[in-house]
Design a protein around this ligand. Structure first.
Ligand SMILES: [Zn+2]
Length: 308
């Protein structure tokens, strides 16, 4: 069975990102699913379950689906990711019946808050869970050299481009989706604290992402967290479990270029560099870590007193 994917490369499906994301209110679900379009689902883990509250992306092609990231909690009783994804895949297959539909579980990068529920997918029929260390990521996607070029990855009528994006994490990738125009930047670029572990690699990655966005139609730059508030330059404390005044998730190509420019301007100078929509932490040292932890402790006290 075949069906035509509608849009050309330059006109995207129309979807809405005007979403009231869950952000830690009492009684909210462990996982929120937002159907952007029939083939594209954005998921968010609740801050009630884990303060990192990462975003996950599920993209359906004709032959297989890609789940990008598995969240910050392993326990299916707390965080039923497998059951949620199974229900979404089943619903999609009910409308688009076909045999042998596969699921690929890959990761924006290998940090613990993006890979925690991998084991929930062990033994799932037709499923590949891509390991999250750098050599395995390169091997799976077929990068010819290091993780600095880009390679296509075909879901069936939906050919993603996988861009190696080291700097925050050595095995980080960015996923470009021509169906929606999404540039999925993981923890490399999002409205929050951008931790730069390898400055030259991060700077080169940002240069390549900006160059890519200059030559490909990008609708939204979407990362995996929100840590900024709606007040310019102000972030929520590390560990915040209630974020009623969050920055919006999507960033623009212009904001991507701002991250690039800000990164270049630091010249690799260690420390915190605060900007309107993001804060760069270049090779964060003991001082930056101590400041974050002190503020996190105050926040926990505050939230204990004023639990929403
Ligand atoms: Zn990370």
């Amino acid at each position: 069975m075949t069906e035509r994917m509608g849009p050309q490369m330059t006109d995207f499906v129309t979807g809405s990102l005007d979403v009231a994301w869950i952000h830690g209110r009492r009684g909210e679900p462990a996982i929120q699913t937002h159907v952007y379009d029939e083939r594209t689902v954005i998921l968010r883990q609740s801050k009630r379950v884990e303060y990192e509250a990462p975003f996950l992306y599920l993209l359906f092609g004709d032959d297989r689906a890609l789940l990008l990231d598995t969240g910050a909690s392993a326990d299916p009783a707390l965080f039923p990711l497998r059951a949620t994804v199974d229900a979404l895949v089943d619903a999609w297959l009910a409308k688009h019946p076909r045999d042998g539909y596969e699921l690929v579980v890959a990761h924006s990068h290998g940090h613990g808050d993006h890979v925690a529920a991998d084991a929930q997918f062990a033994g799932r029929p037709g499923t590949t869970v891509v390991p999250h260390d750098e050599p395995e990521v390169r091997r799976f996607f077929g990068f010819p050299g290091g993780l600095t070029g880009s390679v296509p990855f075909d879901l069936g009528g939906r050919v993603l481009e996988i861009l190696g994006s080291p700097g925050h994490h050595e095995a980080a990738i960015t996923v470009y989706d021509p169906w929606t125009g999404f540039l999925l930047t993981g923890d490399t670029v999002y409205p929050g604290r951008l931790y730069v572990a390898d400055y030259p690699a991060f700077r080169d990655t940002l240069e390549r992402l900006v160059a890519f966005a200059d030559t490909h139609p990008v609708s939204h730059v979407l990362g995996c967290h929100i840590e900024m508030t709606r007040t310019p330059g102000r972030d929520y404390p590390l560990g915040a479990r209630f974020q009623p005044d969050e920055h919006v998730l999507p960033l623009t190509v212009a904001q991507l270029a701002e991250v690039r420019d800000a990164t270049v301007r630091t010249g690799g100078r260690q420390g915190r560099h605060r900007h309107r929509d993001f804060i760069l932490y270049i090779s964060p040292g003991n001082k930056e870590k101590r400041d974050l932890l002190v503020r996190a402790k105050l926040r926990r006290l505050q939230e204990a007193l004023l639990r929403p």
